[in-house]
Ligand binder design. Structure first.
Ligand SMILES: [Fe+2]
Ligand SMILES: [Fe+2]
Length: 315
C-alpha cells in the first residue's frame, strides 16, 4: 500500500520501502554525517585497564547519593554499601536501556517514512550496539549486576512492539534517551570510577545526537494529527513518564540491602533530594516535549502531579 507521503508499506505495516532516493532532508542528512564521523570503538577507545570501582571506593570516594540521609531507612553504617548498590543498579539499567535502544532503532530503520531517517537510524543502531557492548563489559567487571527494572521493562516492551513510527521515536529518542542523557551527564561528572567516567562521556555525546535526531524527525508531526491521534500520543507520554519515574523507587536495591521494601519506596518517593534528582532526570524530556509540541496542558499537569517539573515552586 502506498501512503500519502510516497513511502510504501508492506502488508502488515511493519516496514516501509521508500522509492524516492533523491529526496533529502538536510537536517537529518547533516546529523547522519556527524554520526558517521563520530564513531568510536569500545574495545580500543576505553582504558579498560584503569580498573573499575570497588565497594570500598564507592563509599570512600563516591559522590554522595541523590538522597537525604536523615529520613533514610538505611542504617548509617550501611550507607557505603547503599552507594555501591545504587551505582551497580544505575549502570545495569543503563545496559538494559541500551539494549532497548538497539532493538528500537532496528525497528526505526524499517518503520521510518523517509530515507534520511532510515540512514540515521541505521547509524544509531551501530552506536547502540557499541553502547551495549561497553556497558555489558563494564557491568560484568563490576560483578554486581541487576536485572532490568520492571517499569523500564514495560516501557521498552511498549516501544519495541509499537508500529506507529512516531511513537517509537517519541518513546525511545525523546523519553528513554532524554532521561539517559541527563543521567549520563551526571554520572560522568560524579563518578569515582575512571572506566565508567570514560564510557559515559563517550556515550553521552552519541545520545545528544540521538535526541537531536528525534527532535528533527518529529518537528512537523504533531501539528498535523487529528485531535484523536494527538490524544493517543498524550496518553502515551503520560504513561511513559509514570513508568520512567517509577523505576526510581529502587525496589530491587531495597530487596538486596534487606531494607523493608515499603519503607524504602516510600522514602524514595518523598525524599526531597530524590524528588530533585528525578526532576533533573526529566529536564531534557520536558524541553524536548515542548520542542515537538506535546507539552500540552494535560501532559504538563500530569508531570506536575508526578513532581517531575522543575518550574514549579519547591517546598
Ligand atoms: Fe545508547
Ligand atoms: Fe541512543
Amino acid at each position: 500500500m502506498t501512503v500519502a507521503d510516497g513511502s510504501e508499506r508492506t502488508g502488515d505495516a511493519e516496514a516501509r520501502f521508500v522509492w524516492d532516493y533523491a529526496r533529502t532532508d538536510e537536517r537529518l542528512r547533516a546529523l547522519y554525517e556527524r554520526g558517521k564521523a563520530a564513531q568510536w570503538n569500545a574495545t580500543t577507545d576505553i582504558d579498560w585497564a584503569a580498573g573499575v570501582g570497588t565497594p570500598a571506593q564507592a563509599g570512600l570516594l563516591g559522590p554522595d547519593l541523590p538522597m537525604g540521609r536523615d529520613a533514610s531507612p538505611v542504617p548509617p553504617e550501611r550507607w557505603a554499601g547503599f552507594q555501591w548498590e545504587f551505582h551497580s543498579w544505575m549502570t545495569s539499567q543503563f545496559l538494559h536501556g541500551e539494549q532497548g535502544a538497539l532493538l528500537a532503532t532496528g525497528r526505526l530503520v524499517a518503520l521510518a517514512p523517509d530515507l534520511d531517517a532510515k540512514f540515521y537510524a541505521a547509524a544509531q543502531a551501530a552506536d547502540e550496539a557499541r553502547h551495549v557492548e561497553a556497558y555489558a563489559r563494564y557491568v560484568d567487571l563490576l560483578g554486581n549486576g541487576y536485572p532490568i527494572n520492571p517499569s523500564l521493562r514495560r516501557m521498552l516492551d511498549t516501544v519495541v512492539s509499537e508500529s506507529r513510527w512516531d511513537i517509537v521515536f517519541l518513546g525511545m529518542q525523546i523519553i528513554v534517551e532524554g532521561l539517559a542523557l541527563a543521567a549520563f551527564r551526571l554520572e560522568h561528572t560524579r563518578s569515582f570510577d575512571p572506566v565508567i567516567a570514560q564510557i559515559t562521556r563517550l556515550v553521552a555525546k552519541d545520545e545528544a545526537r540521538h535526541v537531536a535526531f528525534g527532535l528533527v524527525a518529529l518537528r512537523n508531526v504533531y501539528g498535523e494529527l487529528t485531535s484523536g491521534e494527538r490524544a493517543e500520543r498524550e496518553e502515551f507520554v503520560k504513561e511513559a513518564a509514570l513508568l520512567m519515574s517509577r523505576r526510581f523507587r529502587l525496589e530491587e536495591i531495597w530487596e538486596r540491602l534487606d531494607v523493608d521494601v515499603r519503607a524504602g519506596t516510600d522514602y524514595a518517593l518523598r525524599d526531597q533530594k530524590m524528588i530533585d534528582f528525578r526532576r533533573l532526570m526529566f529536564t531534557k524530556i520536558v524541553t524536548s516535549l515542548a520542542g515537538v509540541g506535546l507539552l500540552t496542558p494535560g501532559v504538563r499537569a500530569h508531570l506536575e502531579q508526578l513532581q517531575l517539573l522543575r518550574t514549579v515552586s519547591r517546598r
